[in-house]
Design a protein around this ligand. Structure first.
Ligand SMILES: C[S@@+](CC[C@H](N)C(=O)[O-])C[C@H]1O[C@@H](n2cnc3c(N)ncnc32)[C@H](O)[C@@H]1O
Length: 219
């Protein structure tokens, strides 16, 4: 009989323990999370979690990424985590449609000392992605769920062989499993997961970090 090792369910205490035994977040990211929670609840829950942020900084650094793209910036937490991991001379292009939310991001980019390596484009992300003509080392998708498949299709051809794609919320709180769940976002994530898992251009793993984080590398 084959015994399958499964990821364990994290209780709130075990999650706290995991955070306490990981690097970061530093005081600046904590301040950003607090300001976002105070000013923008309940939208604040859109922000990535601290362990995801650390994971993304380490992954960006380990892969030596110099040219990164983020789809969905909000108040800037994940963009700071990516920007901090970029190799010397690296650049991050951020795509969002909200001037209000990204004005907070701009302020924290200055405080974090990463403003000089980030470009923000305020426009529907599909429009921005279609203008990209340089190979991408690392892409992060975290915007409107119904467009995930379209973002993927624009980004996969642009990511260089060996480059990385990260896609957030791919477990959607576990609702992907509930066949009765017909919420538009959940259906979109389900369709995305099925599409990506069968995509021969990449190898991927769906990690149980945060709300589910798909990590793919281009063949
Ligand atoms: C889940 S939040 C991003 C959270 C962010 N990654 C963080 O860690 O704080 C989603 C963001 O996608 C943006 N967004 C929604 N639709 C978009 C679109 N069509 N094009 C670009 N950005 C979009 C929203 O304005 C919002 O800021």
């Amino acid at each position: 009989m084959i015994m399958t090792k499964r990821s364990i369910q994290l209780s709130a205490d075990l999650h706290d323990y995991l955070i306490a035994h990981s690097s970061g977040p530093d005081a600046l990211l904590e301040e950003l999370a607090e300001e976002t929670a105070e000013r923008f609840a309940p939208s604040a829950s859109m922000q990535i979690g601290p362990e995801q942020g650390t994971f993304m900084t380490l992954l960006t650094r380990i892969t030596g990424a110099r040219r990164a793209v983020e789809v969905g910036t909000f108040t800037g937490y994940s963009s700071i985590c990516i920007a901090r991991g970029l190799a010397s001379g690296g650049r991050l292009l951020c795509c969002d449609v909200s001037e209000e939310w990204t004005s907070v991001a701009r302020r924290y980019w200055e405080k974090a000392g990463v403003a000089d390596r980030i470009e923000l484009r305020i426009a529907p992300a599909l429009e921005t992605l279609r203008t990209l003509d340089e190979p991408v080392d690392l892409a992060f998708i975290d915007a409107d769920k119904v467009s995930y498949l379209d973002y993927w299709e624009e980004l996969v051809p642009r990511v260089r062989p060996g480059g990385v794609l990260l896609v957030d919320n791919t477990l959607r709180g576990g609702r992907v499993l509930d066949e009765a769940e017909q919420n538009e976002d959940v259906r979109a994530i389900r369709a995305f997961n099925e599409h990506a898992a069968r995509d021969d251009r990449v190898e991927l793993v769906l990690l149980p970090i945060g709300d589910g984080l798909t990590l793919a590398t281009k063949r």
